[in-house]
Design a protein around this ligand. Structure first.
Ligand code: GAR
Length: 192
């Protein structure tokens, strides 16, 4: 079975794209849980509207990352989650979560890694004046945006483009590339 947990801290447009791709039969999976570290995040209402269970926590209420990640792991086990899909989860994953899911946690990042790691990668690329940037999907390891690359797609920065224009183009690519890549991983996993 292909049960996904989608982790998000914000708007959740990637969550929506994955949820839609599943509904339309393009991805053979089920989103068993949406996990958010931001109690006000828009993604939570989107998950609820789609009838998907949520695990929402505020890191400030915990003594350490280990303690909240242990709770997340319990929620994931309860839902029998196979894959963790980070979709704008703006937090480094620690050992407590990484160890039991190593090779089964993937992230999307809005640049052609290893360029422009970290926060506001689109802004970093825009300010650097690069003519080509893009989207990367990679396995998650201990580092920040350092794990093995699974898929990349280029986005060209055309003359006269504003930063919001570039953000729009990047997100358009993300919303196709993430569902497609998830389906490919599922196919590979089911062959093994
Ligand atoms: C996405 O563009 C994703 O690539 C980025 O956050 C956005 C979340 O948008 N992630 C990172 O920057 C991770 N370092 P969404 O909430 O609308 O899916």
């Amino acid at each position: 079975l292909n049960k996904l947990a989608v982790f998000a801290s914000g708007t959740g447009s990637n969550f929506e794209a994955i949820e839609k791709a599943i509904r339309e039969g393009q991805v053979n999976a089920e989103i068993a849980l949406v996990v958010s570290d931001k109690p006000e995040a828009k993604v939570i209402d989107k998950a609820k509207s789609a009838g998907i269970p949520t695990f929402v926590f505020d890191p400030k209420g915990y003594s350490s990352k280990q303690v909240f990640e242990q709770e997340i792991v319990e929620a994931l086990h309860k839902e029998k989650v196979d894959w963790i899909i980070l979709a704008g989860y703006m937090r480094l994953v620690g050992d407590t979560l990484l160890t039991p899911y190593e090779g089964r946690i993937i992230n999307i990042h809005p640049s052609l890694l290893p360029a422009f790691k970290g926060l506001d990668a689109v802004g970093q690329a825009f300010d650097a004046g690069v003519k080509v940037t893009g989207v990367t999907i990679h396995f998650v390891d201990k580092g920040m945006d350092t794990g093995r690359i699974i898929a990349q797609e280029a986005v060209y920065v055309k003359d006269g483009m504003s930063k919001p224009d570039l953000e729009y183009e990047i997100q358009k690519v993300e919303h196709l590339l993430y569902p497609n890549t998830i389906q490919q991983l599922i196919n590979r996993g089911n062959q093994a």
